[in-house]
Ligand binder design. Structure first.
Ligand code: BYC
Length: 472
């Protein structure tokens, strides 16, 4: 028996025997998955100073303690209900939200929940070797904080599957533990979640750009007419913010150190010989993870997205900021690739909902890059980082049919093959990163040479606090 107290929750788990039984069946498989596919080498002997959500109010999710990772208390939380909440968009605008899944939308909703759920364990799998080459105990702890929260997000989606989708939902919950990131036979659903994350530059870019796609998707799902989905994703968003903080400040600290090393090298840009990460390499990883994360928003023109919107299942980010919530007449001006030529066309906005969300996403990423460039500016360095054009390196959507350089200029297949590693990380770049990350830094207060310490520690603790301790 698992006790409801072991699973902090605000869904009345102890009085819902059916749900408790379903989770009892699923939980041992989850723990086995965590041991097999979670952080390698950090399961039994390490105590990690992590935050555990014990309730949804601000004091409840700021509960910190040392725990062994497999003993983390993965909880189930829904944001507080909104009194008399009404459907905010689509064909059912203004009607009361749903507390149960309407039969006619069951498949669409299950697909959205499963796609979201699939990304969460995938990211833990992708990151499972990073602890072995961490730049500091502070960063190691942040990695594990992100990992346990992605695990909790999986629990959140499994809660929805078990509670609202019957037998199919239970089967889907099992399959979420069976697919594996990068596995040729049973890969994760979305492409970016099958990419390797084998160094810390990948990790920080992933938490900056891919977790930010998590933010855009969760914002749009939090508008859903299915109230339990809306409430679940609203609480997940509070955790997502920390993940993006880890990514943005991780890169900021690398940049800080790179600038220091550039000065030491007399601005010769020979930062690699001093064991730092040069700006062109950082730019290549921006190009990679930004373009992979653009793909996560789906096709530019999508009848699926139009149906999600019409049926009130998935809205736009901050739907209440828009004037027109029905969007039956509105058009969207889209740059399109048709018959090999780029042109602008007006298409019904409902079919462009993936692109509308991508617009929000690109704007949010731009703010982050502007903050990074302030670091270069402060050090008197004239180089600037930038987001590549959204047509660059696309694997999903109409632009995947052709090649574009980072400025969005169409190029031939031959030029792409010749020049792709000017723009994207090469095997040699990855080898270099592994060479400077070969030895993990486990001494409190010490940092790898390529990254500056953070300005402050976790929860007011000093930077040299022992955030992960070994207990043999
Ligand atoms: N890779 O009509 P379309 C996160 C498929 S991240 C592979 O455009 P639709 C997190 C699609 O399945 C947020 N396949 O697609 C971050 C469909 O296939 P079928 C995750 C792709 O349905 C960090 C076909 O192309 N949340 O939380 O509008 C760490 C037609 O596509 C991809 C969600 O994804 C792709 N990238 O799908 C941890 C929210 N894109 O059925 C966590 C839920 C499209 O024709 N999901 N396809 O064979 C959705 O809202 C939507 O499913 C999508 C777009 C946004 C993915």
């Amino acid at each position: 028996m698992i006790s409801a107290e072991r699973i902090p929750n605000n869904v009345g788990l102890s009085s819902n025997k059916r749900l408790q039984r379903a989770l009892e069946h699923w939980q041992p498989k989850y723990i086995q998955w965590w041991r097999d596919m979670g952080p390698q080498g950090f399961q039994d002997y390490h105590q990690v100073y992590v935050r555990t959500a014990v309730s949804v109010d601000p004091s409840g999710w700021a509960h910190f303690e040392y725990v062994k990772l497999p003993e983390y208390r993965w909880g189930i939380f829904l944001a507080d209900p909104v009194h008399d909440r009404r459907i905010g968009f689509g064909d059912f605008f203004g009607q009361p939200v749903w507390q149960e899944v309407p039969g006619e939308f069951r498949n669409q909703l299950r697909r959205l929940v499963v796609t979201q759920g699939d990304t969460e364990p995938a990211s833990v799998e992708q990151q499972r070797w990073l602890g072995q080459r961490c730049p500091s105990l502070y960063d190691l702890r942040n990695l594990f904080q992100v990992n346990v929260e992605e695990g909790r997000h999986l629990w959140a989606m499994v809660y929805l599957l078990h509670s609202y989708f019957g037998r199919d939902g239970r089967d889907e919950a099992e399959e979420l533990l069976e697919r594996q990131s990068g596995n040729r036979d049973k890969p994760r659903i979305l492409d970016a979640f099958n990419e390797p994350i084998d160094n810390w530059l990948d990790f920080f870019m992933f938490t900056m750009f891919t977790d930010r796609d998590g933010k855009s998707q969760l914002l749009s799902l939090s508008e859903s007419s299915l109230d339990p989905l809306s409430r679940t994703t609203r609480f997940m968003l509070t955790e997502e913010a920390h993940h993006m903080f880890v990514g943005e400040t991780g890169i900021a600290r690398i940049l800080e150190r790179t600038c220091q090393l550039m000065k030491e090298a007399g601005f010769s840009e020979d930062v690699r010989s001093l064991g730092g990460i040069d700006l062109p390499t950082i730019q290549k990883f921006i190009n990679l993870w930004f373009s992979l994360s653009l793909d996560l928003h789906g096709n530019e023109v999508s009848t699926n997205a139009a149906a999600y919107f019409a049926n009130g299942l998935k809205g736009r980010a901050y739907e209440d900021k828009w004037d027109d919530h029905s969007v039956t007449e509105a058009m969207y001006d889209l740059e399109m690739l048709a018959d090999g030529r780029l042109e602008r066309r007006h298409i019904p906005m409902r079919t462009a909902m993936n692109e509308v969300l991508r617009d929000w996403y690109v704007g949010d990423c731009e703010h982050g890059v502007t903050r990074w460039n302030k670091i270069l500016e402060r050090h008197g360095i004239s180089d600037r980082l930038r987001l590549p054009d959204r047509k660059f390196n696309r694997g999903i959507g109409m632009f995947s049919a052709a090649h574009f350089d980072p400025h969005g200029v169409a190029i031939s297949d031959g030029e792409w093959e010749r020049r792709r590693y000017e723009w994207l990380p090469s095997a040699a770049d990855r080898e270099f990163l592994l060479s400077i990350q070969a030895a993990p830094v486990y001494e409190p207060g010490k940092f790898a040479n390529y990254i500056a310490p953070p300005q402050r520690g976790i929860k007011g603790l000093p930077v040299n606090f022992e955030y992960v301790r070994t207990e043999m």
